[in-house]
Design a protein around this ligand. Structure first.
Ligand code: Z2T
Length: 830
């Protein structure tokens, strides 16, 4: 989709770029060549990092011809493209995926072996680009993988954070954040293009003037600017010869800034100015679904969106394109509200720079954006104080007011006299301070608005965006999330992949619904045995990894009960740890004997936003419970808690294939979708879960007998909230719950100090929005069912196989197909 502004030609340039030979010898030659010429070392003197980089460059070279060809074709074809706008891409490691996409894994392994090198060792050298927080960022990464694999002309735009999501460490069981220096050894996957820099303006004022034709116009007189430098990344499709582009922007001081440095003579101040500019892409905000209204974050948002829109218009459409037809060539998909500032930006470009009238500009703009909402929590909806937005982007604030005026006129037309509704729907909130509601701006501008699971989309229509659904029912739709089968099944679980391919052929990798063909295998004892062997292999692999990575010893023969996701009250890691505490309490108080416990290791993985106190306290509690429970001989080694630090995509790829039980236990009506839930089911774990997010659809597909449902439904939660939730009553009336909470308050997990976890216990007891106590009983009962089923390994394996066989729907390929037909109105390009 991206190409040069000028178009030089040469007859020879039409020939495909030379592709390295697909043979072990050819590979070895290429690899040694890269080692010598790019790393500047001989094989015998090379470090692992040299070898890793040379390998990455070798793989890159194999993909290069395809990349150039894809880019050239999509500019030529003039078909409609998707620009996915996302502040986050949680990519995970690149090497394994690139090897897979280029069909080079076996050749590389063999070639490296001839050089005395183990492929896995080089793979382990890669530091993953953690340019996202959690689900939303990982979803963007899955989507661009699917778009490439499905031959969809598309480009991902985002920010090249110098520091991605922090590296989590534990000190005395508490989370301590370290900077993520993913670029410190250099990344072989990026292609900087400083010559394609775009200037991005900020601050200043606006003024009215009359142009040559006597028309009243407005211009923005910005106060400062930065350069946006694009870095390109390959997004290889799976075995299809297509390589799409992910373009991430990095901030640098502009030449104007540099000139000021030179002229001012104040060297120190000048260097500070450079730092100021570069701050914009310095660090990812580590907030998952609770945005902090920080000025720098709005700068980041405008920075990458303005650069992306400018880039698309300049690089792809070129000088002579008539922007009235923009929506024939592009749809900007807004990944939540983070890129919504792109709406007034496109209006500004069309009106102020291109001379469009308002109505003409709106006609175009309102066809170019679609909005995906990822939350239901009111505190997660972005709101920018007009004071801040107006100071940073004065012209954009004017445009937002003008959009709002026209929009509210429409509301008044449709609902005469209903000023309360007008106030509710306004893009501008008046309380507690005047502020721009970004979700309202997105909803007004978007051609389509989608939620990320059926239940979520329904709740958007009925609650969060109800007024907008009343006004524009046809705008609303659902696209249930999905995950890429390449990374999360084919790569992460190659043993299972082998078994699947041996049984039904390899078509499932790009057509995941074919897993259905495995349904009969659930009743085949031989297949079940092989399936169990795969799980056992994945557990051993995880055991080895956790021993080396964290010094954690996983016991053999345990049920692996896994809860990995961001730490959030609504996700209720608290409920899981209360279950552990309760099992422990029952043993040490003699209510049950240790041999009544199903041998189980509970694995947690979770980062907390650095400023989120209760989330951090929960991490502290889990770690303290782990250190007490893991040491207590009375449990006879039958209950363990493992909490490896710094859960990330790389760890997920080892953890998920090893899991028996997937914990998806959010309060109903709070988790928009979840995507970890899909990865677990596809890898043959059974889910214990509430009727929330995509759990609903998972359960529908796998069937009630193969899913452990518990907890209130969303309407029951609503009803309880309405009547008044009194957690103290559950505590008083449920001795098992009381005993668990009392055990925390006894100080047993905190060296005798009774108050250490008061913040948590009093939150649960007095003002828990997420109703942990209300679902405790039902959760414990469901865990009993889990234990019963696990005792019958044949029944368990049968269910695990059916989980895998019936969840092919959750491929991100299917999600992309849904976006294409329901939202983008485009067809793949072959
Ligand atoms: C995020 O990861 C999610 C929602 C957000 O709302 C923000 C972030 Cl950073 C503003 C998650 C949802 O919590 C999760 O349910 C969903 O599966 C995921 O986005 C992808 O849609």
């Amino acid at each position: 989709v991206l190409g040069p502004a000028n178009k030089p030609t040469h007859p020879m340039a039409l020939a495909p770029v030379a592709t390295p030979r697909h043979s072990v010898d050819g590979f070895v030659q290429e690899f040694l060549h890269e080692l010598n010429t790019t790393q500047g070392v001989t094989l015998s003197a090379s470090t692992i990092n040299d070898q890793y980089k040379a390998l990455a460059l070798t793989v890159r070279n194999y993909l290069m011809a395809r990349w150039l060809e894809t880019t050239r074709n999509s500019i030529k074809s003039k078909s409609k493209a998707v620009a996915y706008l996302s502040a986050e891409y949680l990519l995970g490691r690149q090497l394994g995926n690139a090897l897979l996409a280029a069909d080079l894994a076996d050749i590389a392994q063999e070639g490296l072996k001839q050089c005395g090198i183990e492929l896995w060792q080089l793979r382990a050298q890669e530091v993953e680009p953690g340019l996202g927080n959690g689900g939303l960022g990982r979803l963007a990464a899955c989507f661009i993988d699917s778009l490439a694999t499905m031959n969809v002309p598309s480009v991902g735009y985002g920010i090249r954070y110098e520091y991605g999501i922090f590296r989590q460490t534990f000190v005395d069981g508490r989370q301590v954040e370290q900077p993520d220096t993913w670029l410190s050894l250099g990344s072989p996957w990026e292609f900087p293009h400083p010559e394609a820099a775009v200037t991005i303006n900020f601050g200043g004022t606006t003024e009215k003037y009359t142009d040559e034709d006597g028309r009243e116009r407005t211009r923005w007189l910005p106060e400062w600017d930065v350069q946006a430098i694009p870095y390109n990344y390959m997004v290889p499709g799976y075995l299809n010869g297509r390589v799409n582009t992910l373009r991430l922007w990095s901030a640098e001081a502009t030449r104007a800034f540099d000139l000021q440095i030179f002229n001012s003579g104040d060297y120190a101040r000048a260097v500070r100015a450079q730092t100021f500019a570069e701050n914009i892409s310095k660090v990812l905000y580590p907030e998952d679904s609770t945005p902090q209204g920080k000025e720098l974050r709005l700068q980041q948002q405008y920075f990458f969106v303005a650069a992306s829109i400018r880039d698309f218009i300049n690089q792809v459409l070129g000088e002579d394109f008539d922007l009235h037809n923009l929506s024939d060539r592009i749809i900007f998909q807004l990944n939540d509200t983070h890129p919504v500032i792109g709406v007034p930006e496109l209006m500004r470009v069309l009106i102020d720079e291109e001379g469009f009238g308002w109505d003409e500009a709106w006609e175009v703009t309102s066809k170019c954006f679609a909005y995906t909402c990822h939350t239901l929590l009111p505190e997660a909806l972005e709101v920018w104080p007009t004071e801040l937005l107006g100071r940073l982007l004065p012209r954009h604030l004017e445009i937002i007011y003008a959009i709002n005026d026209r929009f509210l006129e429409q509301v008044r037309d449709r609902f005469p006299g209903d000023e309360v509704r007008v106030g509710r729907m306004s893009i501008i909130a008046e309380y507690p301070e005047r502020a721009v509601r970004m979700a309202h701006l997105a909803s007004v501008a978007a051609t389509k608005i989608n939620g990320v699971a059926e239940l979520h989309s329904q709740l958007l229509r009925d609650k969060v965006l109800k007024d907008f659904a009343d006004l524009w029912p046809e705008k609303f739709t659902n696209v249930t999330n999905g995950v890429t089968p390449r990374r999360f099944l084919r790569m992460a679980n190659y043993k299972l992949s082998g078994l699947l391919t041996e049984t039904i052929g390899s078509g499932w990798v790009t057509d995941l619904e074919r897993l259905r063909e495995l349904e009969p295998c659930a009743d085949d004892p031989e297949f079940r045995e092989k399936f169990r062997e795969v799980k056992a292999f994945n557990k051993r692999r995880l055991t080895n990894l956790l021993r080396a990575r964290d010094g954690i010893d996983l016991p053999e023969g345990h049920m692996l009960d896994v809860m990995v996701k961001r730490l959030h009250e609504y996700k209720r890691q608290s409920l899981k740890i209360l279950h552990v505490i309760s099992l422990y309490e029952q043993v040490i108080s003699g209510k049950i004997s240790a041999d009544e416990i199903t041998p189980r290791t509970v694995v947690f993985g979770a980062k907390a936003a650095p400023g989120y106190r209760l989330a951090k306290d929960t991490i502290h509690l889990i770690n303290k419970v782990a250190s007490v429970v893991n040491e207590d001989k009375r449990l006879d080694g039958r209950l363990k808690v493992a909490f490896p630090a710094n859960y990330n995509v790389t760890l997920a790829e080892k953890l998920i294939p090893a899991a028996d039980l997937s914990e998806q236990i959010s309060l109903a009506g709070k988790e928009a979708s979840g995507t970890g839930n899909m990865k677990f089911a596809l890898n043959g774990a059974l889910t214990i879960g509430t009727d929330d997010g995509a759990n609903v659809e998972i359960r529908e597909l796998v069937g009630d007998d193969h899913f452990f449902l518990f907890g209130m439904t969303e309407p029951e939660v609503e009803a309880l909230q309405a009547k008044g939730y009194h957690p103290g009553e559950y505590y008083q009336n449920n001795p098992q719950l009381k005993a668990a909470v009392d055990l925390i308050q006894s100080g047993i997990f905190s060296g005798g100090d009774r108050g250490t976890f008061d913040s948590l216990t009093s939150s649960w007891l007095y003002h828990d929005r997420f109703m942990v106590f209300a679902d405790f009983d039902s959760y414990i009962a469901a865990q009993k069912k889990v234990e019963e089923k696990y005792a019958d390994q044949d029944a368990w394996t049968r269910s695990a196989i059916l989980n895998m066989a019936r969840t092919g729907y959750f491929s991100s390929d299917r999600s992309m197909r849904d976006y294409m037909t329901r939202i983008w109105n485009i067809t793949p390009d072959f």
